[in-house]
Design a protein around this ligand. Structure first.
Ligand code: SF4
Length: 251
């Protein structure tokens, strides 16, 4: 399966980038990688704001893909609008095939409780895959220290959309820690989603996100109480090998 980068090139880049700063990795991705059709995927969390800020200093109109599931917090949507206006962002809202009303009519009420795998598949995985088809690569804000499911995240990887179609995934924040993220926001006077001030530490769709309690892991408030850690878009090797239970198969 061919991407614009060979497996050997990706392996070499990961060695080179292990000690690099996100801004350097983004400069490579946006200016030197040869990945001309590149987009950032962001839920406008803190690390996403860092990536967006760094990337738009290099390429101001880089597309920013946002999953508008219909279940986002009002605060998240307002923050997205605030940051988009402040940084003149090129945000593209990704909307699934089903409106929330149509989803309820076809699959019943509160699908996110009864079958979150299907709900994520409809509202997150499929729209994201649809947007990624036709791109050379995409940039995420995944941090290794945010979750065991993300601990092995490489900085550059091949991302399989379907048999015969792979693109490049760049994770420039993989090595950064949460304190580094907050320090960057402060140093650059960047805003954050006000939900963090209420005690949320990882923010996704409202029905599947709760406050984080003292001592809990960063992503404990996501799909709390059920054996689900990811929506299915960020499936790393440990999840695929079954050492950490996967959620759904992308695509
Ligand atoms: S996070 Fe929850 S509400 Fe959002 S798409 Fe997944 S199951 Fe549905």
């Amino acid at each position: 399966m061919q991407t614009l980068l060979s497996d050997d090139e990706i392996a070499s880049l990961n060695v080179d980038f292990e000690a690099s700063q996100p801004s350097d990795i983004l400069a490579w991705a946006l200016e030197k990688s040869g990945l001309e059709k590149l987009a950032i995927a962001s839920a406008f969390q803190t690390e996403g704001t860092v990536v967006i800020h760094m990337a738009t200093r290099i390429r101001p109109d880089v597309p920013i893909l946002f999953l508008e599931t219909g279940f986002q917090f009002a605060e998240t949507l307002a923050f997205k609008q605030q940051l988009a206006e402040r940084l003149s962002l090129n945000v593209i809202d990704l909307v699934g095939e089903y409106s929330n009303d149509r989803q309820e009519a076809e699959f019943g009420a509160r699908l996110f409780e009864r079958n979150p795998e299907m709900c994520c598949e409809i509202n997150k995985v499929r729209p994201m895959f649809e947007a990624l088809r036709g791109l050379d690569g995409w940039v995420t804000s995944v941090r290794r220290d945010s979750s065991p499911t993300r601990a092995d995240t490489p900085i550059v990887e091949r991302y399989d959309l379907e048999p015969g179609n792979a693109i490049v995934k760049v994770n420039p924040m993989a090595n950064w820690t949460k304190p580094q993220v907050w320090r960057y926001l402060k140093e650059h006077d960047l805003p954050h989603n006000p939900l963090y001030d209420l005690g949320y530490s990882s923010i996704g769709c409202a029905p599947c996100t709760r406050l984080r309690f003292a001592g809990e892991p960063e992503r404990a408030g996501r799909w709390a109480g059920i054996a689900k850690w990811e929506c299915g878009i960020h499936m790393n090797e440990s999840a695929q090998q079954g050492t950490i239970e996967p959620t759904s198969s992308p695509g």
